[in-house]
Design a binder for this molecule. Structure first.
Ligand code: R5P
Length: 343
């Protein structure tokens, strides 16, 4: 817990953190990604607040703060993902986040901020067929009904999801972590490849940042969780292809994308994505596609059994900087030099 000081305080490795007298920051993590919560705590120079979380025999989740939250800005780190090592499904994590918000509100926190770098149900952001739910909107309503004051999230499947919220939504991006990594690899003649129309803007920005060419794939989904790519728009022949997506689910998209660019003459293929869910047969699909490396961030904990060609970069620094800015009423877009609105 970080307590207000009467004079400015400096935290390890960072610029001065000016805290108004009377303000108090509490950082707490649920079970979805404790490792990420611990990294952020370390970077902020605070201890994680003590909280009991558990699942009852009937599968209901429970939490209790073991110290007072009264008057504090409570930041709850909880991406809405499954965590097999904690026995958590994605729905458990969402529910746990909701009960942690409710308990913080009931305990008279000053502000409650959900730090959910992975926003569950984000792909269900519109009706694609009659009589479907808009589940991403429902999640927004649930978070607001539980009592959040703001949401801190990263690389939403569609930027418009921010519009489902009445409360402020700080939308960060991992793009610069990924471009920095690929820049440092020095892969030579690069082409950045959008696996579908939805990722064209992201890939355009990514390619511009890398000084690389852009190619676009024509993806169809003949059924849910089935990806087909029919042709490649752009020149990939003899180049290193980097396919950039927001999410890796079953990796059906990336498998089809890698097949398409290699068929079109790319010399080798890499992939990058913010959220590595790796659901279903993802590891097998990626191995069969022949990727040199697949790079993701730690918004979601890496599932057990991941092959060695998967590289995880941490987004803890970004989240830490954004938490600092929110707590001190600073500018979150300053963390990105104003370049965090990608779509
Ligand atoms: C789709 O529009 C997304 O941007 C991803 O391409 C998709 O969610 C990846 O899913 P999967 O890995 O199951 O193909």
């Amino acid at each position: 817990m970080l307590r207000a000081m009467s004079s400015p305080t400096t935290l390890p490795g960072e610029a001065d953190l000016r805290i108004e007298p009377g303000k108090r920051l509490m950082l707490v993590t649920g079970r979805a990604n404790r490792e990420l919560g611990a990294k952020i705590a370390d970077k902020l120079g605070v201890d994680l607040a003590r909280v009991t979380t558990k699942t009852f025999a009937n599968d209901e989740v429970y939490c209790r703060y073991e110290e007072s939250v009264r008057g504090a800005d409570v930041f709850i780190v909880q991406p809405m993902c499954g965590n097999p090592e904690e026995g958590m499904t994605a729905n458990d994590s969402l529910m746990e986040l909701l009960v942690m918000i409710d308990a913080a509100v009931g305990g008279s926190a000053h502000r409650v901020i959900a730090v959910a770098p992975w926003y569950g149900y984000s792909r269900q952001d519109k009706k694609s067929a009659p009589r479907e739910p808009i589940s991403a909107r429902l999640v927004a309503r649930m978070l607001e009904s539980a009592g959040i004051d703001r949401l801190l999230t990263m690389d939403l499947h569609a930027g418009q999801i921010q519009g489902f919220f009445q409360k402020p939504c700080d939308h960060m991006t991992a793009m610069f972590i990924l471009t920095q990594y690929f820049g440092d690899l020095g892969l030579g003649d690069l082409v950045v490849v959008a696996p579908d129309a939805g990722r064209v803007k992201l890939n355009k920005r990514f390619a511009a940042k890398m000084g690389a060419d852009l190619a676009i794939l024509n993806k169809e989904r003949p059924a849910q969780q089935v990806a087909e790519i029919n042709y490649v728009i752009g020149d990939v022949k003899g180049k290193t292809a980097v396919i950039v997506d927001d999410i890796i689910g079953t990796a059906g998209t990336l498998k089809a994308a890698a097949d398409a660019v290699l068929d079109a003459g790319a010399s080798r293929v890499y992939a990058a994505a913010t959220h590595g869910l790796f659901s279903g047969n993802a590891f097998e699909n990626l191995a069969a596609a022949g990727f040199e490396q697949v790079v993701v961030t730690d918004t979601v904990p890496l599932r057990p059994g991941a092959p060695d060609f998967i590289k995880v970069l941490s987004c803890a620094d970004l989240l830490t900087s954004s938490i600092r800015q929110i707590f001190t009423d600073g500018s979150v877009s300053d963390v990105f030099g104003g370049e965090n609105q990608l779509f």
